[in-house]
Write a protein that binds this ligand. Structure first.
Ligand code: 5GP
Length: 209
């Protein structure tokens, strides 16, 4: 299949607590009808308010490990003691149908996808500064102090990996960040290799040349 017939794979990634989820939700509020969110699978216990099949598919470690053996994940990672992974089948199916699929995943997983999906768009969501990240993790109040420190330490190791992404978006304010992500998606659609087939008659272009 040619690049231009497949949907766009959009990977939102960055340290835990940076607000990837809120940016993603704001993005869907702006442009939801064209985007599909890939719900991840995890072994982390469900937090209050989280809905099975919407926020995550919550499974046991045994079930997750079986799926790893079955090669059922596009990517997976162990993050602060729990597994997280992107079920492969739905993503493939939706991209084949020409849909725009959004993954919201941590850094190790995003770099695995980068190796497999060269045509994906990789966006690193960064905090405006370290204090903002720490405050966000504290405010979220869903983790113990020890886990917050682990997540901060991990973030320090993840910051330098931003250079492996196509774009960096600072989450200073959620709607601004979502606007910038949307601008990136629109620009990616206008890239010659994605757009040219639509205009080949107008422009007299032979795609095979
Ligand atoms: P949380 O426990 O806060 O929901 O998620 C922890 C981290 O795992 C976040 O950075 C989140 O984006 C990431 N994450 C969620 N789903 C996936 C996934 O399917 N794969 C990977 N690699 N990371 C994920």
């Amino acid at each position: 299949m040619k690049l231009n017939e497949r949907g766009l794979l959009i990977v939102l990634s960055g340290p835990s607590g940076v607000g990837k989820g809120t940016v993603r939700k704001a993005l869907f509020d702006l442009e939801g009808h064209d985007l599909v969110y890939s719900t991840s699978m995890t072994t982390r216990p469900r937090r209050e308010g989280e809905v099975e099949g919407v926020d995550y598919y919550f499974v046991s470690r045994e079930e997750f490990e079986q799926r790893i053996r079955d090669d059922a994940f596009l990517e997976w990672a162990e993050f602060v003691g729990h597994y997280y992974g992107t079920p492969r089948d739905k993503v493939d199916e939706q991209l084949k149908q020409g849909k725009e699929v959004v993954l919201e995943i941590e850094v190790q997983g995003a770099l695995q996808v980068r190796e497999k999906a060269k045509d994906g768009v990789f966006i690193f969501i960064a905090p405006p500064n370290r204090e903002a990240l720490y405050r966000r993790l504290l405010r979220r109040g869903t983790e113990s102090g020890d886990t917050i420190q682990k997540r901060m330490d991990k973030a320090e190791r993840e910051f330098p990996l931003a250079h492996k992404y196509d774009y960096i978006v600072v989450n200073d304010e959620v709607t601004n960040a979502a606007d910038r992500v949307l601008a990136i998606i629109r620009a990616e659609h206008a890239r010659t290799e994605r757009a040219i087939h639509k205009y080949k008659e107008l422009l007299g272009v032979d795609e095979n040349e």
